[in-house]
Design a protein around this ligand. Structure first.
Ligand code: SF4
Length: 183
């Protein structure tokens, strides 16, 4: 079974890849995150994918950094709190592109590293994934990576491989929130 794994960042991908491999999947990573701000931060997170390729021996596709489309997509919801409608749209946009690519390239299923985050609602992600799965007629693997200490395991693995771990989710709004909290 070949699965396309949407990767939000290298540290989160570590445990997810291990788990999927243990379940018998052939994993290919898909880095599609036009939400990440600023471009320098995007490049930094993208550069860490080399460690995923090297230590986890999988291929990772780097997809478009279509920032303008992302801002159009979330328009009207910029001021939402983290976890609200803006995030729902942001996740939908990224998963939809993953599903389209998976379908186009003949994968059996797709899923996302996003459920590993303790700050993300896995049930909501499953709902989004299910709708996209129906729309594109490709299986969405509903797997809650944060279960069984998943996040903790990803922290340990990312430390072992000396990976950069960011301090905010990704978009400019989450970046500003973080700055505000640190004041
Ligand atoms: S906080 Fe994270 S999930 Fe929410 S819109 Fe920003 S980047 Fe996307």
């Amino acid at each position: 079974m070949k699965i396309l794994l949407h990767i939000c960042c290298a540290p989160c991908a570590t445990h997810c890849i291990n788990l999927l491999k243990n379940l018998g999947y052939e994993v290919v990573g898909f880095f599609y995150n036009p939400n990440i701000h600023p471009p320098k931060e995007y490049e930094r997170r993208k550069a860490e994918l080399e460690k995923i390729r090297k230590y986890f021996e999988i291929d990772v596709i780097e997809w478009k950094y279509d920032v303008e489309n992302w801002f159009k997509y979330i328009k009207g919801y910029e001021k939402e709190r983290e976890g609200g409608k803006r995030c729902e749209l942001c996740i939908k946009m990224r998963l939809e592109e993953t599903a389209k690519y998976a379908r186009m390239k003949g994968f059996d299923a797709f899923t996302t590293t996003l459920t590993i985050s303790p700050w993300k609602n896995s049930k909501k992600i499953f709902e989004i994934g299910r709708k996209i799965s129906e729309k594109y007629n490709i299986r969405f693997l509903e797997i809650d990576f944060k279960k069984n200490d998943g996040f903790k395991k990803s922290v340990e693995l990312s430390k072992r491989y000396n990976m950069y771990r960011q301090k905010y989710c990704g978009c400019i709004f989450s970046y500003l929130d973080r700055l505000h909290k640190n004041k």
